[in-house]
Design a protein around this ligand. Structure first.
Ligand SMILES: [Cu+2]
Length: 228
């Protein structure tokens, strides 16, 4: 090979490796889903009420993994659904949560995670009716959970009727079969990042159902940033 050809080959090979390295860094280390801020004008540590709205879907159809189950968060200003699981709330506030459950059921590994913990009053409301536990074993009633281990919060998500045709395009709208889960909890007075997750093995196609969406921020796990 002539010298110029060898130089060109070398340069092209170098650029290919550099481009791959840049892709890996950006895609796996720098990419982070957006953060949705709730209670922007609220003074922290006053017990003021902040309303947080999410939905969980059988798919997401907006990402490079359209078949992965996923949560979405509603921007309180634009009311648009954002494909993320990162949200910000003021410290020392009452957080009123509404989650629209569009996904079907998957039995929990341990019925313990069907128990409601960490909410005000120890209950969640499903379509307005209070429950302290949802049973995912005797009847399949649980799609996902919304759990913040750092504050012992665990809330199972109720599913639509088993015979219902589930929403197929995300973000789902309330025209699709769903159940509305509401609950309240107090955000901690200690600021920081509180990791949250789903505890249903809902990562279909992955070993034990705990891979894929279950371990990816933006799908079934995320962060609650508590700020003052
Ligand atoms: Cu899940």
């Amino acid at each position: 090979m002539a010298l110029p050809a060898r130089i060109v080959t070398l340069v092209v090979a170098f650029l290919a490796v550099a481009a791959l390295a840049v892709f890996v860094v950006v895609h796996y280390f720098l990419f982070s889903p957006p953060t949705v801020t709730f209670g922007a004008g609220v003074t922290a540590d006053t017990g003021a009420t902040v309303h947080v709205v999410l939905q969980e879907d059988p798919q997401n159809t907006v990402s490079t993994h359209p078949d992965w189950v996923s949560y979405f968060i509603q921007d309180p200003t634009t009311h648009k659904w954002v494909h993320t699981t990162i949200f910000k709330v003021p410290a020392g506030s009452r957080i009123d949560v509404t989650i629209y459950g569009y996904d079907g059921c998957t039995p929990l590994r341990n019925p313990y995670f069907g128990k409601v913990t960490g909410t005000i009053g120890g209950v969640e409301y499903v379509n307005g009716k209070p429950y302290s536990q949802l049973d995912s074993w005797s009847a399949c009633h649980v799609g996902h959970t919304f759990s913040i281990p750092g504050i012992n919060l665990n809330v199972p998500m109720a599913t639509p009727d088993l015979s219902a045709t589930l929403c197929g395009v995300s973000p789902c709208t309330t025209a699709s079969p769903h159940r509305t889960v509401t609950f309240s909890f107090n955000s901690p007075t200690a600021t920081g990042t509180y990791f949250w997750q789903c505890r249903v093995p809902c990562g279909g196609g992955f070993i034990d159902g705990f891979g894929g969406p279950m371990q990816t921020i933006g799908f079934m796990t995320g962060n609650m940033e508590v700020v003052s």
